[in-house]
Design a protein around this ligand. Structure first.
Ligand SMILES: Nc1ncnc2c1ncn2[C@@H]1O[C@H](COP(=O)(O)OP(=O)(O)OP(=O)(O)O)[C@@H](O)[C@H]1O
Ligand SMILES: [Mg+2]
Length: 396
């Protein structure tokens, strides 16, 4: 549109300069006002154009117009779009005169910005609502997948009605996850069945062994043999427990306080004083846990503590996210550099007191396995009692 106006102006300039219109100004004015789309034309005496700068209001569109005029007319031009609303004043400097044009603004640019705004805001609103609806539908399956993975990771089983849904990529991820879960479950089952077989066979043999020894009487060699067989049985149980992990036990809602009391009772025969402390919490804490497995993990810690210390404290605390079970003792503790190693299977420290037989170095490895199968872990620190503080941390 700027271009059309610029062409009109160029035509008038050309007429004025090259034809007799220069002498018949009223005809030229009449021509410009009636034949061309210009509101008015004035022929002013020659002179300088008003100064150009500064004109901060010269917008993008006005700049487009002045560009066009420069291209088409190739003369000094001056544009003022501020003075008169709805009109644009253009002055062109010629040798013999200055031409002053006034053109309607609407003819130069289409300034329907309000319609543009309405459209933009309207379509954005529509698009945003569509996006929100679509995204919600896509996010729901991702959340379901996250929940399922979380629950499976904490050993709490898998939602029965879980089905891959949503966009292709999300379904793909969910399918891959389901396959992985199946593989893991199958793997664990295979291992458990095999171990059950092995343990059964070996136990039978050991029992036979013990019976035969019992028949042989009480000679010193035989007593020694008996204690070896007992030790062997103990170790066998340990290996099997380690290899079995949590034995495929499934999580059931467990009262943590009751569980700790049970542990306390079972641990009383270890010898040292075992003190049970529970947090300030009034209400009982109910958490889905593999009860037998967790009990075994705590007992492993307590048996270590009782072996090395003369006093053992077992403490259960919980906050919003974590359940912590501390087992502290006043023994020699474990140096910081060794704390990562003791979790390795069969690893035992060279404590002077660690001469007891029947320890295989699997207790902590088993306990950590169990904590991890609940989505938690075991931390070792120095206790205020002077010995070791082992903490089982489980997500609630
Ligand atoms: N409370 C503790 N104080 C000092 N040292 C400890 C303590 N608990 C464990 N340890 C050290 O860590 C080692 C590994 O412990 P872990 O329970 O895994 O095996 P273990 O007690 O030797 O054998 P198992 O538990 O299989 O009978 C122990 O041999 C011991 O040296
Ligand atoms: Mg142990």
């Amino acid at each position: 549109m700027s271009e059309a106006t610029a062409r009109d102006i160029a035509a008038v300039v050309e007429l004025y300069e090259t034809t007799e219109f220069a002498n018949d100004q009223s005809r030229l004015i009449d021509f410009a006002q009636n034949k061309l789309a210009l509101t008015s034309l004035q022929v002013l005496p020659p002179g300088d154009l008003p100064s150009k700068d500064p004109r901060p209001f010269l917008g993008l569109l006005d700049r487009a117009l002045s560009e066009e005029i420069r291209n088409q007319v190739k003369r000094d031009a001056w544009i003022d779009t501020v003075g008169q609303s709805g009109q644009v004043e253009i002055r062109i400097k010629l040798e013999k005169a200055t031409l002053r044009f006034v053109a309607p603004r609407g003819q130069i640019y289409a300034s329907n910005s309000h319609i543009f705004l309405v459209w933009m805001v309207g379509t954005s609103l529509v698009l945003v609502s569509a996006a929100v609806v679509l995204l919600r539908n896509q996010i729901r399956p991702i959340l379901r997948l996250a929940e399922a993975a979380d629950s499976f990771g904490k050993g709490r089983g898998f939602p029965e009605d879980f089905k891959p849904r949503g966009a292709r990529e999300v379904r793909q991820a969910a399918l891959a996850f389901v396959e992985m879960r199946d593989r893991i479950t199958q793997h664990v089952e295979q291992r458990t069945t095999m171990l059950a077989g092995v343990s059964h066979d070996l136990r039978t043999v050991l029992t036979r062994f013990k019976l035969e020894l019992a028949l042989l009487g009480d000679a010193p060699e035989i007593t020694a043999l008996k204690s070896d067989v007992n030790e062997m049985q103990h170790m066998l149980e340990d290996y099997l427990a380690f290899a079995r992990g949590d034995g495929g036990e499934s999580a059931s809602v467990t009262n943590v306080r009751e569980l700790l009391e049970e542990v306390h009772e079972d641990a009383l025969h270890y010898g040292p004083d075992i003190v049970l402390e529970s947090g300030r919490r009034k209400r009982d804490l109910l958490v889905p846990l593999k009860r037998q497995a967790l009990k075994r993990a705590i007992l492993n810690l307590v048996s270590n503590a009782a072996r090395f210390g003369d006093m053992v404290v077992v403490r259960g605390t919980a906050d919003r996210a974590w359940l912590s079970i501390d087992v502290e003792d006043d023994g020699p503790g474990i140096p910081a550099a060794e704390r990562a190693n003791v979790f390795r299977a069969f690893y035992r420290l060279d404590h002077a007191r660690n001469q007891d037989k029947g320890n295989t170095g699997l207790g902590l490895a088993i306990a950590r396995d169990i904590a991890r199968s609940h989505g938690g872990d075991i931390l070792l620190e120095e206790s205020v009692l002077g010995g070791l503080k082992a903490t089982i941390r489980l997500p609630v």
